[in-house]
Design a protein around this ligand. Structure first.
Ligand code: NAG
Ligand code: NAG
Ligand code: NAG
Ligand code: NAG
Ligand code: NAG
Ligand code: CU
Length: 825
C-alpha cells in the first residue's frame, strides 16, 4: 500500500541502540549508508483516541446491516436505478459534539459514543428525497437507534428534495436529442453525438445547467461539448450551440426542447433552426476543435536546461515528526493534532495544540465554490459547490516526488458509499525546509542564522476539470497556515469571433473559439479557535493616524502627526473583510490568560502567502446561489460556537439553493459575542474564512492553470501567545563568531583566539559544533549533516512503482456523478 521508501521502520532494539548512541557519542557515529533511519521511533502512540476518525469498514458494515434489517422497514435496494429508489447513498462519521469531547480531552470523562450520519435516497408519495439520519451509538446494540438528523441543519429538517431523480435518464435523453439533430450539429459543429458510446472520441457530449428549479418545474440549458478524451480537456471544448429544456414531468416521454440558441439568435423550434441554416446569409461560427493545444505535456521540446533534472529536497536521516498512523495523530516540534477525513470535505485537523496549549479545536474546509459569469446560457449562470461531488471521495492518490517529496509519509482515505472504499496514499505529511532563513542577524562580532522548516499536511481533490491542492502548514514559532492552490483545465466559454455581443466583458479570447470565462473561487474553512482555552474574544487592532500633543514636544512642536493602536472588540457575530492598507490586525485572545508580561495571550489572523489577499465573492446576492453560500459574501466571519452549527454549508445546498438545509445567514445572525451580556455563553468562538481567487484566466491557463497563479492563504500567527519566540528551542541554525577587529567581516582572528560562542554551560560533547576554521568560529544548534550521505535514486526521484491507482473515478460534474456515485462499479 505504501511507496517503497529507504526510511523503513527499524526494529526496536536498533532504535534503542541508536537513541543511546546519540547520548553517548558526541558526533554522528554512522555513515548514512549504513543506517538510513536513525532517530525515528519504531512505535509512537497517540495519548488519546482519535474521536474524529472516519467510520471503519467494520463500523460501516454494521450500519448497513442495521439499515438493511427488515425490522427497519426501509425497503432499501442495493442496486438503485435512479433517485426514485430507496437506497443508502453514503454513511460517514457523525462528528461528536464538542461539548462531549472536551471532558474526554481533559481526562474528565470517557470518550463519547460514536454515531454514523446516513444519507438515504427515499421516495415518499412519489417524490424523491435525500434524507439524513443519525444511527448510533456504535457498535450496533439494542441501544442503537436511527433518528432523523436535523439538529445540525438550521432549516429545521433532515431532508432535501432530489430535483432530478432520474438524472441518468436525463443525460441519456440529452445525448439522444443531440443525435436526433445530427444533421444540424454536423453542419454547425462538424460532429454528432453518439448515444451508443459515450466514450466515442469523435462524439459530441452534453452538459446541462439548471436554470430554474421550483416545485414541479425544472428548466435546463444544455450545451454541446467536444469530449477531449485524451487530456480530459472537455471543459475547454465548449461548442456554440445551446438548447433550453423542460424536464418538469416525472415522465421522460413528456420532456421537451424549448428553444435553440446559436450566435446570439434564438430559434423557437428545431425546425426554425434547420430552416435558418438553409438560408444563404446564415452565419457559421468557427468550431472549437480539439488538438495538440489541449495537451498537458510537451514530450518533444528540449530547450537548454531541460537536459538536467531540477534540484530536489531529501531527508536522508529520517522524519523528525512522529506519526501514529492508526490514530492519525501527528507530533512535531511542539505541535500535536489529529487528522480526520470526510467524503465531502476532505481532510480536517482536530485538537491542534502547541507546546501543550490548545490553539484550534477544528480546522477544515467547509465548501469550495466556483461561480462564473458570461453572456451565454451556460456560463451566465454557472456555479458549483464542489463538496456536493465529494471532495474527499476525489482525493486521488498522490504522486511522490511531485505532489509531495519522495520521503513523505502517506495516509489513505476511506469512505463508505454502497460499499466501503479506500484510496491509498491520498494524504501526505512531510517536512520541508524553505528557500529562506527563518531568522538571521549579523552583528559586529557574530552572525546567527536558522533554517525555516515547516511541517505540511497536504491533499489534492480533483473535482471534474479542476485540482485543488490544500495544505495545512506548521511553522516552528507556532504559526499555522492554510493554503489552497488550484490547477487543471478552466471551464471555458465558447467565444464568438466577433466578440461578446453584450456590453459586458467576461474574459479573453484564448484560442480559436474559447473565452477564458471569468469566475470567482471562494473556498470556505472553519477554524474553531481555542486560544489557550475555549473562552476567547475577537479584537480588531486599528493602526491609525493621529494628531496629538506631547508635553515633551512643547513649546517647539505644539502638535505632532503620528499614529497609535486602537482596539475595537467585536461585540456581535459578524462578517468582516480584510482591512484596507492592512490598517487593522484581527486578533483572537484568551479571555483572561496572560503571558509573563501581563499581556493577553493571542493569535493573529492574517492573509498569508499567495496572489494577494484572499477574496470573497464579487457577485452580490447571486441569482444562482440563492441562500446556499452566504458565507462567500465576506472574507471572514466570527460566530459563536454551537453543537447545532457544525458546518458553514452542507453538500446538498447545491441542489436546493433557494431553501438550503444549512443557511449560513441564519448562523451569522448577530448574536452577542460578549460573555458579560449573555451569562450562558462560554466565549467559545468560531472563525469561518475564505480562500480562493478572482480567476481571470488568460492564455497562460492553457492548457492548465498553474498553482502559483491561483494560490491563496491565511495564516494564524502567535501574538503575545508565548513569552518570547519559541522557535529558538527547536530550530536548526548556526552561530558564526567573527573576529570583529575591522567591523563586520570574515577576518582571521589572532592565533589562539576562540571568541564567544555563547557557551554558557558547554560540556565537551556540546562543543561538537565548535569546529572553527582558521577564519571563523562555528557552532551549530540542532543537528547537522556531519558526514556525507548516500542516497539511492528512489530518494531523488521515485520510480512510481508503488503507485497503486489504476483508474480514478473522476467526477464529470453532473449531478449524476454525485448522486449515483462512482461506487456502483
Ligand atoms: C420498495 O421500493 C421499490 C423501488 O425500489 C418500490 O417499487 C416498491 O413499491 C417499494 N415497496 C414498498 C412497500 O414501498
Ligand atoms: C449534539 O448536540 C445536539 C444539540 O445540543 C443534540 O441535539 C444532539 O443530540 C447531540 N448529539 C449527541 C450524539 O449527543
Ligand atoms: C429522437 O427521434 C426519435 C425518432 O424521431 C423519436 O422517437 C425520439 O423521441 C427522439 N428523441 C429525443 C430525445 O428527442
Ligand atoms: C414544462 O412542462 C410542464 C409539464 O411537464 C408544464 O406544466 C410547464 O408549463 C412547462 N413549462 C414551460 C416553461 O414550458
Ligand atoms: C442584496 O441583498 C441585500 C439584503 O436583502 C440588499 O440589502 C442589497 O441591496 C442586495 N444587493 C443587490 C445588488 O441585490
Ligand atoms: Cu478557476
Amino acid at each position: 500500500m505504501h511507496y517503497p521508501q529507504r526510511l523503513v521502520a527499524i526494529v526496536s532494539s536498533l532504535a534503542v541502540f541508536v537513541t543511546l548512541a546519540l547520548f553517548l557519542i558526541s558526533s554522528w557515529p554512522f555513515s548514512s549508508q549504513a543506517s538510513p533511519a536513525p532517530a525515528k521511533e519504531a512505535t509512537f502512540t497517540a495519548a488519546k483516541t482519535n474521536l474524529w476518525v472516519e467510520l471503519t469498514d467494520s463500523e460501516a458494515t454494521q450500519v448497513y446491516s442495521f439499515l438493511y434489517d427488515e425490522a427497519r422497514n426501509l425497503n432499501l435496494t442495493k442496486d438503485p436505478r435512479n433517485g426514485y429508489d430507496n437506497y443508502v447513498m453514503y454513511t460517514e462519521l457523525l462528528r461528536p459534539n464538542k461539548t462531549d469531547v472536551l471532558p474526554y480531552l481533559s481526562d474528565e470523562a470517557a470518550p463519547p459514543p460514536r454515531y454514523a450520519r446516513v444519507a438515504l435516497s427515499q421516495t415518499v408519495n412519489g417524490e424523491a428525497y435525500i434524507m439524513y439520519y443519525a444511527v448510533g451509538p456504535l457498535p450496533i446494540s439494542d441501544k442503537t437507534t436511527m433518528q432523523p438528523l436535523d439538529y445540525c441543519y438550521n432549516a429545521g429538517r433532515n431532508w432535501v428534495k432530489n430535483p432530478v431523480p432520474s438524472f441518468m435518464e436525463f443525460q441519456e435523453w440529452g445525448l439522444k436529442l443531440s443525435a436526433n439533430v445530427s444533421d444540424i450539429t454536423l453542419q454547425l459543429l462538424g460532429a454528432a453525438a453518439n448515444p451508443a458510446d459515450a466514450d466515442d472520441p469523435e462524439g459530441l457530449l452534453v452538459s446541462t445547467r439548471p436554470v430554474w428549479i421550483e416545485d414541479g418545474t425544472i428548466i435546463h440549458w444544455m450545451q454541446l461539448y467536444r469530449p477531449g478524451i485524451k487530456s480530459n480537456a472537455r471543459s475547454i471544448l465548449p461548442q456554440g450551440l445551446y438548447v433550453k429544456l423542460n424536464t418538469s414531468s416525472t415522465n421522460s416521454g413528456e420532456w421537451k426542447t424549448l428553444e435553440w440558441y446559436y450566435n446570439g439568435i434564438f430559434y423557437e423550434t428545431t425546425d426554425d433552426l434547420r430552416a435558418a441554416i438553409k438560408q444563404p446569409d446564415f452565419e457559421l461560427l468557427p468550431m472549437n476543435l480539439d488538438g495538440p493545444w489541449t495537451d498537458m505535456e510537451d514530450f518533444e521540446a528540449s530547450p537548454p536546461g531541460r537536459e538536467l533534472p531540477p534540484p530536489v529536497m531529501v531527508q536522508p536521516q529520517g522524519a523528525r515528526y512522529r506519526l501514529d498512523k492508526d490514530a492519525r495523530f501527528v507530533s512535531w516540534m511542539g505541535f500535536e493534532f489529529y487528522v480526520s477525513t470526510s467524503q465531502s470535505t476532505g481532510v480536517s485537523l482536530f485538537d491542534i495544540k502547541f507546546k501543550g496549549d490548545s490553539v484550534i479545536y477544528e480546522l477544515g474546509m467547509q465548501e469550495a465554490m466556483a461561480h462564473y459569469a458570461g453572456d451565454d446560457p451556460t456560463q451566465g449562470g454557472q456555479e458549483f459547490l464542489d463538496t456536493f461531488f465529494g471532495m474527499g471521495k476525489m482525493m486521488f492518490e498522490l504522486v511522490p516526488g511531485y505532489d509531495c517529496p519522495a520521503y513523505a509519509d502517506f495516509l489513505s482515505m476511506n469512505y463508505h458509499e454502497t460499499k466501503s472504499q479506500t484510496t491509498p496514499n491520498s494524504i501526505c505529511i512531510f517536512e520541508y525546509t524553505a528557500d529562506h532563513a527563518l531568522q538571521r542577524h549579523t552583528s559586529r562580532l557574530h552572525l546567527s542564522i536558522s533554517k525555516s522548516t515547516n511541517l505540511i499536511v497536504r491533499f489534492v481533490s480533483t473535482v471534474g476539470n479542476y485540482d485543488y491542492t490544500i495544505d495545512y502548514l506548521f511553522f516552528l514559532d507556532g504559526t499555522i497556515e492554510v493554503k489552497v492552490r488550484a490547477s487543471g483545465f478552466i471551464f471555458a466559454a465558447f467565444y464568438p469571433p466577433q466578440g461578446p455581443k453584450s456590453e459586458g466583458r467576461y474574459g479573453y479570447r484564448i484560442h480559436d473559439a474559447i473565452s477564458s470565462s471569468m469566475h470567482d473561487h471562494v473556498i470556505n474553512f472553519k477554524a474553531d479557535f481555542d486560544i489557550a482555552g475555549v473562552a476567547n474574544d475577537f479584537q480588531r487592532l486599528g493602526i491609525e493616524p493621529m494628531t496629538t500633543s506631547y508635553s515633551w514636544d512643547k513649546p517647539e512642536v505644539p502638535q505632532r502627526n503620528t499614529m497609535h493602536l486602537v482596539e475595537y472588540p467585536l461585540e456581535k457575530e459578524s462578517g468582516i473583510d480584510w482591512p484596507k492598507n492592512s490598517g487593522q490586525m484581527y486578533l483572537i485572545y484568551h479571555a483572561d490568560k496572560l503571558n509573563a508580561w501581563g499581556e493577553r495571550r493571542g493569535y493573529r489572523i492574517t492573509p498569508g502567502t499567495g496572489m494577494g489577499s484572499p477574496p470573497h465573492l464579487t457577485i452580490l446576492n447571486s441569482t444562482t446561489l440563492g441562500n446556499a453560500a452566504r458565507w462567500a459574501e465576506k472574507d471572514l466571519w466570527v460566530l459563536r460556537r454551537k453543537d447545532t452549527e457544525q458546518k458553514a454549508a452542507d453538500p446538498l445546498n447545491f441542489i436546493s439553493p433557494l431553501d438550503p438545509i444549512v443557511d449560513f445567514a441564519k448562523m451569522a445572525d448577530r448574536e452577542t459575542l460578549l460573555t458579560s451580556e449573555d451569562k450562558d455563553y462560554d466565549g467559545d468562538l468560531v472563525v469561518y474564512f475564505n480562500l480562493g481567487a478572482h480567476h481571470v484566466a488568460h492564455t497562460g491557463d492553457i492548457p492548465n492553470t498553474l498553482m502559483h497563479t491561483s494560490a491563496s492563504s491565511v495564516m494564524f500567527v502567535p501574538h503575545n501567545f508565548n513569552d518570547r519566540d519559541p522557535s529558538r528551542e527547536t530550530v536548526n541554525g548556526v552561530r558564526l563568531n567573527l573576529d570583529g577587529k575591522n567591523g563586520p567581516g570574515w577576518i582571521a582572528p589572532k592565533s589562539g583566539e576562540t571568541g564567544d560562542l555563547r557557551s554558557r554551560v558547554v560540556s565537551e560533547k556540546e562543543k561538537r559544533g565548535d569546529v572553527g576554521t582558521s577564519k571563523t568560529k562555528i557552532r551549530y544548534f540542532g543537528a547537522t549533516y556531519d558526514e556525507g550521505v548516500t542516497l539511492d535514486k528512489e530518494a531523488l526521484e521515485p520510480g512510481l512503482k508503488g503507485y497503486d491507482s489504476r483508474e480514478n473515478r473522476v467526477s464529470d460534474l453532473s449531478w449524476n456523478a454525485a448522486l449515483f456515485g462512482p461506487a456502483r462499479d
